[in-house]
Design a binder for this molecule. Structure first.
Ligand code: PLP
Length: 549
């Protein structure tokens, strides 16, 4: 079959794909974000009903993708005005590197450093992300690239679980859930481990159920917030609780979110929480999927600077780092908690997976920062990670870090936060909307510049219609969904619906490197104003003059 696909055909098809990509890259800012509903219907009805007996060949398949499939998917999720979830985008270097990663299709699984440098590339990329966050390379020697923050959270909770149980006085010393299965002992508290958090991301519950700790309210418990700062732990109550748990000798995982998903806000007190965890033998898991990078803005640095005190840390590459899906990052200071879980005892390790490296040791090169791991010492990724076979996710990550440097990333973070602040300022003075996440007073005081209450801490704007609104009355449970829909139907701006303090709300999360303070801001404010007035903004109505030129 493939002999019919001559080299010429490959070149021809590659050129078509490249020109399609080039066109997207240059026009993404003016593409409608959502496909039309006709396009979606037409894509779905074009799907093959059965597997063809005889394949179409590459050329016809590429035609089919370009003409039938791609028109029915999101047209600009990685464009500058897709503000749903926290999506990021793809920097040019990351995009090119990702294409190359596919071309080489290397499986980054075992460290065979004399045959390939790919595991060294992965390790160095993880070290460069530490550098970006000013975390010393020797703090988190257990590090790996995952499919996202969810799987990094799975790793964090699994490491915590085994670490805590290995020290439980109710179990044999060195007990491992991973190896020995669920623990049982007449004196073991039930549940053996609790997870204490404030507003943990939904993926923590998933991770906790997956690693067998359970996800019900007996296991995942909400701690009281500080009376002045709803995103910060009440430290007195936290300490009391940790003391009680240490008296009954129950394991405790404290999950600390850096960057709350609804508000993008930060509580203060990470350093103090870390001290308490250390004092009472609890495990501190910091989920900083997107918020961890906010500290590149100097005035937010104090909220992220203690991330290096965590026992384990989750970050995302595919959100604010603007690296393509999928890419998450996991770091832990307890390297052995990772390797104990995933590395089979050497006697039972399949011989074909053997490599020279089984443990992490620091670099012996004088010219490299302490904690830089030598190529020969990089643990095989399959011994520190869920997957065996793995994509070369490090290549786009490395490329993006290298192409932008610390300055380039700092610029993206600051531009995105300033964009969100401009939208928040509009919302807070609008006759149609109310801003739900203005700065807490503590934040306003601490900041260096004078600012009004509309200034939000980071990259998320949370709002709903005013209670006087007849179009989207907030008393009506569905009105935020209707408001979201009306905004998204513009196809120029995309936001997501959420719920905040039990009521519907709309959320704008700014995390794309392209989002521009002039043109994109004007478009966003226009759409919000028009929808607020009750007028319809539709792409079709405005036709060629859709305001995006
Ligand atoms: C997005 C997010 C997650 C989940 O990350 P994925 O990469 O989508 O798996 C977890 N925690 C926080 C705080 C997040 O923002």
């Amino acid at each position: 079959m493939f002999d019919t696909d001559s080299q010429d055909d490959f070149q021809f098809n590659l050129d078509r794909v490249i020109s399609h990509i080039t066109d997207r890259q240059t026009s993404i800012s003016s593409k409608p974000i959502l496909p039309s509903s006709d396009s979606i219907t037409s894509t779905i009805s074009s799907l093959p009903t059965t597997l063809p007996e005889k394949g179409l060949g590459t050329s016809s398949t590429v035609n089919y993708l370009l003409e039938k499939v791609l028109p029915g998917i999101l047209q600009a999720q990685n464009g500058p005005r897709y503000f749903g979830f926290v999506i990021g985008g793809v920097t040019p270097a990351a995009q090119l590197a990702d294409i190359l990663a596919t071309s080489y299709d290397e499986n980054v699984q075992v460290n065979l450093y004399q045959q390939t440098a790919s595991t060294a590339v992965e390790q160095r990329s993880l070290e460069l992300v530490s550098d970006l966050l000013d975390i010393k390379r020797n703090v988190f020697l257990g590090r790996t690239i995952t499919t996202g923050a969810t799987s990094a959270n799975v790793l964090g909770l699994a490491c915590a679980r085994d670490h805590l149980l290995s020290k439980s006085p109710h179990l044999p010393l060195g007990y491992s859930w991973a190896r020995d299965g669920p623990p049982s002992s007449p004196t073991l508290p039930s549940p053996p481990i609790v997870i204490l958090g404030l507003h943990p991301h939904f993926s923590i519950a998933k991770a906790s159920s997956l690693v067998g700790l359970g996800s019900g309210p007996r296991v995942i418990q909400s701690m009281p917030a500080d009376s002045e700062d709803e995103l910060a732990f009440d430290l007195t109550k936290l300490e009391e609780r940790l003391k009680e748990e240490s008296q009954v000798e129950r394991g405790v995982i404290v999950v600390y979110g850096v960057g709350e998903v609804n508000t993008g806000g930060f509580g203060s007190g990470l350093g103090k929480v870390a001290e308490l965890c250390k004092q009472y033998g609890s495990w501190l898991h910091v989920d900083a999927a997107f918020g961890g990078f906010a500290g590149l803005m100097p005035e937010l640095r104090e909220y992220t600077k203690d991330m290096d005190k965590a026992d384990s840390l989750t970050l995302d590459g595919h959100k604010w780092l603007n690296v393509p899906y999928d890419c998450g990052l996991f770091y832990t200071r307890h390297t052995s908690s990772l390797t104990n879980m995933f590395q089979p005892p050497s006697a039972s390790a399949p011989a074909y997976l053997a490599s020279n490296a089984t443990s992490v040791s620091a670099s012996d090169h004088d010219d490299l920062p302490e904690g830089t791991v030598r190529a020969a010492d990089v643990p095989s990724p399959l011994f520190v990670n869920i997957e065996n076979s793995r994509r070369f996710r490090a290549l786009p990550l490395l490329a993006s870090l290298l192409s932008l440097g610390k300055e380039g990333y700092t610029d993206i973070i600051i531009r995105n936060i300033n964009f969100a602040r401009s939208v928040a300022t509009y919302i807070s003075t609008s006759e149609y909307y109310v801003l739900l996440n203005p700065s807490p007073p503590s934040f306003v005081h601490k900041g260096s510049e004078k600012r009004d209450g509309a200034i939000i801490p980071s990259n998320i704007v949370l709002f709903r219609a005013r209670s006087s609104s007849t179009l989207f009355p907030p008393q009506d449970k569905t009105s935020s969904i209707k408001l979201t829909k009306a905004i998204n139907e513009s196809r120029k701006v995309y936001v997501s619906a959420t719920s905040w303090r039990g009521e519907g709300a709309v959320r704008i999360a700014v995390s794309n490197y392209l989002t521009d303070q002039k043109r994109d801001l004007r478009i966003v404010l226009d759409v919000l104003e028009t929808v607020g007035k009750g007028e319809k903004v539709s792409w079709e109505e405005e036709g060629a003059g859709n305001g995006l030129a």
